[in-house]
Write a protein that binds this ligand. Structure first.
Ligand code: ZN
Length: 198
């Protein structure tokens, strides 16, 4: 079994600026993605890949200190505002530190399994989720430093081997969109975990 190879790309979350808690949460997520049997997981495209990632998260034999427990659709809005707002406003994973750092850190992640038209939506979904958390923070004084958005994107080779439609966005599309369109619009800190395959 070979897991995904992962490369980080720091978009608005500058390199070497992650808090230790964020580094821990991101490393844990990377480890879970590396535990997915990549070739098998992409055979059924999005359905099988999501299932394989969900199983890696829920089945792994991890220490009690682990902060990532399940892949779960949650609203980017605070509480249940807009109720079932639909995929446009849903995150795939949220994890938080245990506050032993004396602060609070949240990681919001989106699996980027969409056509190119949705690239902007995925960036803005993370931006929205960050601003919602900062604005409706239940009394905690939070800033952009407390929230990290993660785009889990697929390199072109993964999409090709998995038989995805060519209209699906790959990691390069996300980098292009950030560089040429969204970098000046994003206040929140966002990075990408780009999945590749051997
Ligand atoms: Zn923390």
């Amino acid at each position: 079994m070979t897991g995904f190879l992962i490369t980080r790309e720091h978009y608005s979350a500058k390199e070497n600026t992650l808090a230790p808690c964020e580094e821990m949460l991101i490393s844990e997520l990377e480890g879970l993605l590396q535990n997915v049997d990549a070739r098998s997981a992409i055979k059924g495209r999005s359905v099988s890949l999501k299932k394989a990632i969900a199983e890696s998260i829920s089945n792994s034999d991890r220490p009690a200190s682990s902060r990532i427990r399940k892949l779960e659709k949650t609203s980017a809005f605070h509480e249940n505002r807009l109720g079932n707002a639909g995929a446009l406003f849903e995150l795939d994973l949220q994890s938080e530190c245990d506050k032993s750092c004396g602060h609070f850190h949240r990681v919001n992640a989106v699996l980027c399994l969409n056509n190119r038209e949705a690239v902007g939506s995925n960036f803005l979904k993370l931006e929205l989720a960050a601003q919602e958390l900062i604005r409706y923070n239940n009394g905690q004084a939070l800033t952009d430093e407390n929230v990290l958005g993660v785009l889990v994107s697929l390199n072109k080779k993964v999409l090709t081997l998995g038989g995805w439609d060519p209209a699906y966005a790959n990691s390069t599309d996300y980098t292009f969109a950030f560089s040429f369109a969204y970098s000046s619009m994003l206040r929140s800190r966002i990075l990408a975990l780009k999945l590749d395959i051997i």
